[in-house]
Design a protein around this ligand. Structure first.
Ligand code: HEC
Ligand code: HEC
Length: 399
């Protein structure tokens, strides 16, 4: 973070965001990217500073690299507004053998990670390469962070209450809560963010994304990840002392605090106008068993902040891990290689490409790929009339 540049970039982002909030304000898409309605002026200020940091382009002098996937969070999270979607996909890889899946070890001898960055700085001499023993490679697309503060405020036990690991009710669906160790507090929590439900909190996800996607070490993850980059190269490519993100001496806030505030106060994507077909589609969605995993609603726990106090969260996900036959082969935190967390369906109409690897171009393609625990729901979808299927599509694209 270069503090000298903050004032300038703050102006640019304020300008950009005010354009987004007014010019596009008329269209359905333009409403995405707003702060939660009812936000106090003090929280709005934190949101605004966070938005600025989320969009700030970092350079090697700020600690970007040695390898990275993007120079700002917004590079991958900006459609249809900052915080949203993007077409950049990241590479995950690891090793599968008789004992199961394991990541490639990191340079510091720790367990390593499955993320392999795409770019290096400077002169490409720190371009990561996949070690020869790697035999699993997968790609993942970004997940929008609209409404993420509400998702964070869902109590762990509300998610666990939906789980049915042994399929006791024998409906073929056996979701598991992802129990993960929170990087910030060390507590065991129910993970809910990421395709593998690998993090429970926005602060932990931010620390991981800042280091993983941008190569910027921070108070929570102070050592470069740099899987696949030799130690001697690392010293040349990234001479900046770790941790690279340090709190602003004036406010005491780090970039992680700012990312967290932006995402926490970012409103969910607004629903499109409802029609008769949309309502019929929502009925079909429940009737054929989609809503068993794509749970329409959670309610946040009690909170001193009215924005998060027992509020409905209409995300259409149970936030559990399932095997629907699309697993990417990567084991990560609590998730097995064959498991993916049910994605939220809110904001689906802004997405374009679907599934964790972006391999489905339409909602019908995405549904057709459901197997495993979602086999029965897919078969019921195949048996729908064309009118019912069109209604379901209208419903999904109203989200
Ligand atoms: C190179 C593209 C890229 C950049 C840069 C990037 N992200 Fe992401 N983001 C992704 C991808 C891909 C995922 C899904 C990752 C996964 O599950 O493994 C994701 C997922 C997330 C999620 C999970 C959302 C949810 O509801 O599950 C959060 C939060 C997030 N990113 C925040 C950030 C922050 C904060 C930054 C900047 C520090 C950032 N991202 C930078 C690509 C990116
Ligand atoms: C057993 C749980 C389960 C059931 C039942 C289920 N889904 Fe899914 N759904 C998932 C999971 C898990 C994924 C993520 C798969 C991936 O990305 O590889 C997913 C992905 C999707 C996606 C793509 C979302 C995105 O962000 O890319 C859509 C759309 C979708 N489901 C709609 C439906 C519909 C419609 C039905 C009913 C016919 C249905 N699902 C039934 C678990 C389920």
């Amino acid at each position: 973070m270069r503090w000298a540049h903050v004032a300038l970039s703050a102006c640019v982002v304020m300008l950009l965001s005010s354009i987004a909030w007014t010019v596009h304000g008329q269209s359905a898409a333009g409403e995405a990217g707003q702060p939660l309605p009812g936000i106090t002026p003090a929280d709005f200020e934190r949101f605004r500073v966070g938005l600025d940091d989320f969009a700030e382009v970092e350079t090697a002098e700020d600690g970007l690299g040695p390898a990275f996937n993007g120079a700002s969070c917004a590079v991958c999270h900006s459609v249809p507004a900052i915080g949203g979607f993007g077409l950049v996909s990241e590479v995950r890889a690891g090793i599968r053998d008789a004992s199961g899946f394991r990541p490639v070890r990191a340079i510091d001898g720790s367990d390593g990670d499955t993320l392999f960055q795409l770019f290096s700085t400077p002169n490409h001499t720190c371009q990561p390469t996949l070690p020869l023993e790697v035999n699993v490679v997968a790609r993942r697309i970004p997940i929008p962070v609209f409404g993420a503060g509400l998702v964070e405020a869902i109590p762990d036990d509300a998610i666990e209450a939906q789980a049915d690991p042994g399929d006791r009710d024998r409906d073929g669906i056996s979701g598991r809560a992802a129990l993960v160790r929170d990087l910030v507090t060390g507590q065991i929590r129910v993970g809910r963010f990421g395709w593998k439900a690998q993090h429970a909190t926005l602060k932990a996800f931010s620390a991981d994304a800042y280091r993983g996607e941008m190569g910027i070490t921070n108070e929570i993850l102070p050592t470069e990840l740099a899987v696949g980059i030799a130690d001697d190269k690392l010293r040349v490519c990234d001479p900046i002392p770790d941790p690279e993100d340090v709190p602003d001496p004036r406010t005491g806030l780090s970039a992680l605090d700012n990312f967290e505030a932006f995402m926490k106060f970012l409103a969910p994507p607004p629903r499109d106008v409802s029609s008769g077909a949309v309502m019929e589609g929502e009925r079909v969605f429940a009737a054929i068993g989609c809503a068993t995993c794509h749970t329409p609603q959670f309610v946040t726990g009690p909170s001193a902040n009215p924005l998060f106090d027992r509020r409905p969260v209409r995300l259409f996900s149970d936030l559990l891990l399932h095997d629907v036959g699309t697993g990417d082969g990567i084991g990560q935190e609590a998730a097995q290689p064959n498991e993916i967390r049910t994605p939220a369906l809110w904001g689906l109409r802004f997405r374009g490409i679907l599934l964790h690897d972006g391999s489905a171009a339409t909602v019908d393609d995405a549904i057709a790929r459901h197997a495993g625990e979602a086999e029965a729901a897919r078969v019921r979808h195949e048996r729908l009339s064309e009118t019912q299927r069109a209604a379901l599509r209208a419903f999904l694209l109203s989200l």
